[in-house]
Ligand binder design. Sequence first.
Ligand code: MTE
Length: 302
Amino acid sequence: MKNYKYSEITPENIYNKRRNFIKSFGLGLGSLTLGSLSLLNNAHALKNNSKLTSYKDIITYNNYYEFGTAKDDPYKNSQEFKVKPWNISIEGEVESPMTLSADEILSLYPSEERVYRLRCVEGWSMIIPWMGFSLSKLLNRVSIKTEAKFVEFESVYDPEQMKGQRYPVLNWPYKEGLRIDEAMHPLTTVVTGLYGKTLPNQNGAPLRIFVPWKYGFKSAKAIVKIKLVKKMPTSSWMKASPREYGFYSNVNPNVNHPRWSQASERVIGGSLLSPRVETQMFNGYGDDVANLYSGMDLKKNF
Ligand code: MTE
């Protein structure tokens, strides 16, 4: 048995070894801990660029304005952030509103591996082996009323612990929203971890949302409230700049951001000379989600 140097035991090393183990026993990626959905997701991620982003890049290159606006601020400033105890309320147009602790949620819904590409609106992307489960499972628990048409997500407000919230960079607390059918889509994920480990603070611990076919900012971190509502919510980014950030924010290479093209993306982890890759419609998940928008003008509903 080879002795590994400490520096060799990176989470991706361990992770890739586990994957090879699974493969070499002919179990296939779907049969052990992964559901059929994640098999599908893995196939998606592999379409354009099969290389997983390194753990180091995923945890040091972040957007999390509550901890500062530089890419390494969240890594530097979030390590002491307390994620226990943590409660999430599910309320609004539901028959049985409830508050669950993050621990309760983790034990109620086992996580599976979901390899998805994160495409940031700024024009870069990563392929991340998330851990999580479909948000629909959690939403089914509260019996949604027929009046509910949208879901609003609210991140934590805690300027004591989150320095960035002492400045009006965004309208705090961070808010995002989805249409109810988008929220109930099986690809919409409650993220509980990555690379087989618990979710690092800078990536949105203890629980964050991830919507693979939308720009990264639709995926709110450190959520404390999920509210079912009748009217389309106004997200923090829509408030900050309605001309630039619409409610839908589907990844769309044909609709440019007013200040830059969205046709291509820089894959994080490559060298400065690596060519940009073409951005795919719906971030490559069109087969699963394009039907949610049939008949809609996606230039108007950007
Ligand atoms: N959630 C909160 N609460 N605050 C934020 O600033 N940034 C968003 C999103 N969720 C953000 C957030 C943006 S712009 C992106 S691209 C992703 O988180 C980045 O996720 P990552 O840092 O895990 O890659």
